[in-house]
Design a binder for this molecule. Structure first.
Ligand code: ADP
Length: 252
């Protein structure tokens, strides 16, 4: 891992959806370093998901540029994975087949290697016992963990998380967050860096090294905060609560 080096950069990015005159994002300048966990907060409908889709090449900026590992990003890249609010598993495939899916076109790997890798990540999210089950047999929280395994199976350098806990009940959300935190502590695991969008300020401060505050119409980054609290973080700590207040003030 090339710690300290830059993984992704957005330069003067502006975005409107094709066919629409409404500018969603403007003047977006940001970077994500290797080994960094960046959180993005902002009110609902500001453009956080849009920003993540620009970071993974699913959308193209109307103006400006996105660079990934120093090269302009011109479309989806195998080394960038995204996890959405909903697991989006294919109901007719088993859990193992769902996790293996992103590897389907890889010619440099044998079927056994693909299966081994998929099993490794299913095991990591505690679901290796469900490899031959179908999505309908799993709870929402378990399906979201399968989606995490599927996002990791390509060994991404950058993992983009779009409110991954927002559709889960609070206890399941907390369990998934702990899993993400543990994964983050284990440097032998991918990804190198994570960008997580959330409307939960607590979640973002719990996990991030740096928090970007997105606000306005069109939206832009109005503030950037470093979170220098020791990990694992305690949500009841005074310093933690102070940071939550600070972000709330910036958003209000
Ligand atoms: P957030 O993730 O912060 O809730 P989004 O990025 O989903 O915000 O949406 C930002 C704005 O872009 C919203 O006003 C939304 O209505 C608009 N938008 C989202 N997707 C599309 C689309 N496919 N076409 C046109 N407008 C869209």
């Amino acid at each position: 891992m090339q710690e300290g080096k830059e993984l992704l950069r957005m330069v003067d990015v502006e975005f409107s959806y094709p066919g629409s005159k409404t500018k969603i994002l403007s003047d977006i300048n940001l970077h994500v370093d290797y080994a960094e966990f960046v959180g993005i907060v902002g009110p609902s409908g500001t453009g956080k998901s849009t920003l993540l889709r620009l970071m993974c090449g699913l959308l193209k900026p109307t103006k400006g540029k996105v660079y990934f590992r120093g090269e302009e990003l011109r479309g989806p890249n195998q080394k960038i994975s995204m996890m959405f609010q909903l697991p989006n598993l294919l109901p007719w495939l088993t859990i193992l087949e769902n996790v293996k899916l992103p590897l389907i076109s890889r010619k440099d790997m044998s079927e056994e290697e693909k299966e081994e890798l998929a099993m490794r990540f299913l095991d990591l999210v505690g679901l290796s016992g469900y490899a031959s089950a179908y999505p309908r047999e799993l709870s929402g929280g378990m399906q979201q963990r399968v989606a995490l395994a599927r996002a990791l199976v390509v060994l991404p350098d950058l993992l983009l998380l779009d409110e991954p806990m927002s559709n889960l009940d609070p206890l399941t959300a907390l369990a998934l967050m702990r899993e993400l935190e543990e994964m983050w502590f284990d440097s032998s695991l991918p990804p190198a860096s994570v960008v997580m969008v959330s409307h939960s300020i607590d979640e973002v401060i719990q996990l991030s090294d740096r928090v970007l505050v997105l606000k306005g119409r069109p939206a832009t980054i109005v503030a950037e905060l470093k979170v220098e609290l020791e990990r694992p973080r305690n949500r009841k700590d005074e310093a933690f609560l102070r940071l939550v207040d600070e972000v709330m003030m910036l958003l209000s």
